[in-house]
Structure formats: structure tokens, C-alpha cells
Design a protein around this ligand. Structure first.
Ligand SMILES: Cc1ncc(COP(=O)(O)O)c(C=O)c1O
Length: 407
């Protein structure tokens, strides 16, 4: 990133400070100053009483957010470490998995199963589409010998901005004993997720999304049924061994040195989340989605995901015909220091993604929209300047859904 970004205001040149960037990514997300301060505290003995208290407090906070009584393990790793841990601890070589994929992160579960020699059935959807629980139900009904030990799926597919219906997917298992492993890395605390009520066996999340702390921690919840699978599992594992982590947890420790500063940060951010209240946090995220969708709609751009399946954490927008999404992303960064994400895989160059989760306020989204209007116009797209901003402000002032905006 340029440290001395130049911009022109009424013909004069100015420079902005790079720390003033507007980070509209679907992770990493912005860090509240309170959390920054907490993370700058001195290091302590990670096997001492203070660290134990912090770890237990964090686990209670995560249970509240996940709405679960299940055990929670914390690993020092990015979210993918938690995904790998799930595969390594419940699937033995020769077991079969049903991997359901509607985007780049669904495909990651396929790669992980391959890496661990797990047999796989796959249900694929076009990127931008939602998982149909009926397909899972039909597939499991045909698995007469119950060879499928677990279903792997994303709650929020971050690569496309599609939110899968996890309650319906869980129900789709019917009487089939397969475990349900859910990647909730970008959805937890942005979208409703009821781990116990919905019967989700293994749920994985990551620190750099709605938890409002930097990357580096993965969080995994494990149901009693999943623990049974862990006991039976013959796979090799070491760093990500659930059994070992569970034993240490009873002592209020992790098997290996944890990222203490991130734990301080998580302790603080969970306090903030408790103060705000989960219901309010979820409402705020769905309003952020409404703001972005209303603005994008008003600018005449198309979104990848239909409204009914759209994510409260990230919105994927198709670049106008003949325009490379990379040029929009670069323009936003270079002209306005607004950071948005690109498309992954085949969507690279075709979409850009606006993240709207975590520590963010609505006017940051409005700033992002106004930068988008300006950049689109500079790139030659006919833009009615201010139309996106007006649509966004209507939502902010009225709290209406984007469908009810009359332009
Ligand atoms: C849904 C989902 N799964 C997995 C990951 C991978 O997490 P990480 O990059 O922290 O390993 C991400 C990260 O964006 C994600 O959004």
C-alpha cells in the first residue's frame, strides 16, 4: 500500500495517511481501539492462573455467540487450520465424506479431504448459487450402508456472498447418522447460527472476521457425537489433535503456546459483543447488507447472489460488461484508500466483493459507495453520481430493505 496517497481536491494536491484506509474486506476486518490496547498488554505465563482465567472467560463468550454447550477448542492458526483439524480428527482414511460446495471455500474442504485420503462424494453448485438441502437429503437417503461419516459445508460462502440455510441442511440429514461439519468462519456473529438447536456437530470459526481481532486464531465447537468420532478416528494428527487439546483445556491451557496477545484481544472483543448484544449485532449486519445492496442496485450493477440468499457479511458485485473488476478494486485503493476484495478462481476479474462485517459503522459503507461511484465513472461507466449514496442513506435513515427503495 502507498503510504503517501495523493488525491486532488479542487485542483490542489493533497496526501492522505495510509492508516486512514477504509477497510471493507470480508476479513481481515477493522480492529476496535479498545481491542488494540488490550493486545498491547505484556506477555504472561501461558500456563499460569491469569491465562487460565482468560481462556475460560473466552470460551464462555464463544459459547454464548455460538449458542452452544458443546466443548470449544481454540487453536493458534488461521481458519483453515480449524477446517483441517475437523477433517483430521473425525475422518479416518477410507471413510467417506459428503462435501457440499458452492464456492472457493467449499472447494477447500475437497482439497483437505483429498490431502487426508478421505473418500468423497461431492455436490457442487454454480458459484453464486445456494446449497439446496433437498439434494443432501436425497444423497444421504441413497447411502444405505451409512458409509458417509460427515457432511462438510459452508454457512457463509465468502467467495460469492451466499448464505446457506444451515438449519435446513442439518434437518436434511434426517435419520442418517452423518456428522455435520460447518465452516462458520465468516458467518459467526454476522448471521444467525444456533449450534445446539440446529444440531451442528463441528463448527469452525476464525478470529479475523466478526470477532474484530486480527487473523491467527481458529475456534472449533465439538458436539458429544463428534467426540465419539474423534475417539474412533485413526488419522495421524499432532498440533491439531482434538483429544490433546481437550485434555489441556481441562487445565485451562492449550497444548502449545497460544497467541496470548490475540487471546487478550478476543477477551476484550467478546466483552464489546456482550455489551452490544448478539441480536443487535446480527441486526446491524443485515442492515449493512441492505445498505450495500440498495446502493449497488441504484447504481445499476448486478450482484452475484439473489437477495433471498445474500450474505450479511459480504456482497459480491459483478463488474459492468467489458470492465475488469481489478481496475475497480485498484481505483478504489489508489484514488480513495478504500480496500475491497476481488473474486476468486473463475470469478477473478469478474466480481468485486465489499465486506461489511465486524467493527464498522454505516458511514464507512457510504464512503465506500461514493468512492465506487467515482471510480466507475472514471473508468467510463455512465454513473448517476450520488444515486448509490442516496439509496444507502435512505436505508440508514429509514432502516428499510433495499427492495422497498423507490428511486
Ligand atoms: C468461509 C471461509 N472459510 C475459510 C476461510 C479461510 O480462512 P483463513 O484464511 O483464515 O485460513 C475463509 C477466509 O476468508 C472463509 O471466509
Amino acid at each position: 500500500m502507498k503510504q503517501n496517497l495523493k488525491f486532488t481536491l479542487r485542483g490542489e494536491n493533497f496526501s492522505t495517511m495510509w492508516e486512514k484506509q477504509i477497510l471493507l474486506l470480508p476479513g481481515p476486518t477493522q480492529i476496535p481501539p479498545r481491542v488494540m490496547r488490550a493486545m498491547s498488554r505484556e506477555q504472561i505465563n501461558h500456563r499460569g492462573p491469569v491465562a487460565r482465567k482468560i481462556l475460560f472467560e473466552i470460551i464462555e463468550g464463544i459459547k454464548e455467540i455460538m449458542r452452544t454447550e458443546n466443548d470449544i477448542l481454540i487453536f493458534t492458526s488461521s481458519g483453515t487450520g480449524g477446517m483441517e483439524a475437523a477433517v483430521a480428527n473425525i475422518m479416518s482414511p477410507g471413510d467417506k465424506a459428503l462435501v457440499v460446495s458452492n464456492g472457493a471455500f467449499g472447494d477447500r474442504f475437497k482439497k483437505l479431504c483429498q490431502a487426508f485420503n478421505i473418500e468423497m462424494d461431492v455436490i457442487d453448485y454454480p458459484w453464486g448459487e445456494v446449497v439446496d438441502p433437498q439434494n443432501i437429503e436425497d444423497h444421504l437417503k441413497n447411502d444405505h450402508g451409512h458409509k458417509i461419516k460427515a457432511v462438510f459445508v459452508q454457512h457463509n460462502e465468502t467467495s460469492t456472498g451466499v448464505l446457506n440455510d444451515m438449519e435446513a441442511i442439518s434437518k436434511a440429514r434426517g435419520e442418517h447418522p452423518a456428522l455435520l461439519v460447518v465452516d462458520a468462519i465468516s458467518s459467526l456473529a454476522a448471521a444467525e447460527l444456533q449450534v445446539d438447536k440446529w444440531g451442528l456437530d463441528v463448527v469452525i470459526s476464525g478470529s479475523q472476521k466478526a470477532f474484530m481481532i486480527p487473523p491467527g486464531l481458529s475456534v472449533v465447537s465439538i458436539s458429544p457425537r463428534a467426540w465419539e468420532a474423534v475417539k474412533r478416528c485413526t488419522n495421524s494428527r499432532f498440533y491439531f489433535d482434538f483429544t490433546l487439546a481437550g485434555e489441556y483445556l481441562e487445565l485451562g491451557q492449550t497444548p502449545f503456546t497460544p497467541a496470548l496477545s490475540l487471546l487478550y484481544g478476543l477477551q476484550e472483543s467478546l466483552k464489546m459483543m456482550r455489551d452490544e448484544g448478539l441480536e443487535n449485532i446480527l441486526k446491524r449486519h443485515s442492515q449493512y447488507r441492505n445498505i450495500v445492496r440498495a446502493a449497488v442496485n441504484a447504481l445499476g450493477l448486478e450482484m452475484l447472489a439473489r437477495e433471498e440468499i445474500s450474505s450479511p457479511a459480504v456482497t459480491a458485485v459483478k463488474a459492468p460488461e467489458g470492465m475488469n473488476a481489478g481496475d475497480i478494486i485498484n481505483g478504489m485503493l489508489e484514488d480513495y484508500n478504500v480496500v475491497i476484495a476481488g473474486g476468486q478462481g473463475n470469478l477473478r476479474g469478474k466480481i468485486f466483493r465489499i465486506g461489511h462485517l465486524g467493527y464498522m459503522d454505516p458511514l464507512e459503507l457510504v464512503a465506500g459507495i461514493s468512492a465506487l461511484e467515482s471510480v466507475l465513472s472514471s473508468l467510463g461507466q455512465p454513473v448517476d453520481m450520488g444515486k448509490g449514496v442516496t439509496a444507502a442513506m435512505k436505508i440508514i435513515k429509514g432502516g428499510k430493505s433495499c427492495e422497498s427503495i423507490d428511486n
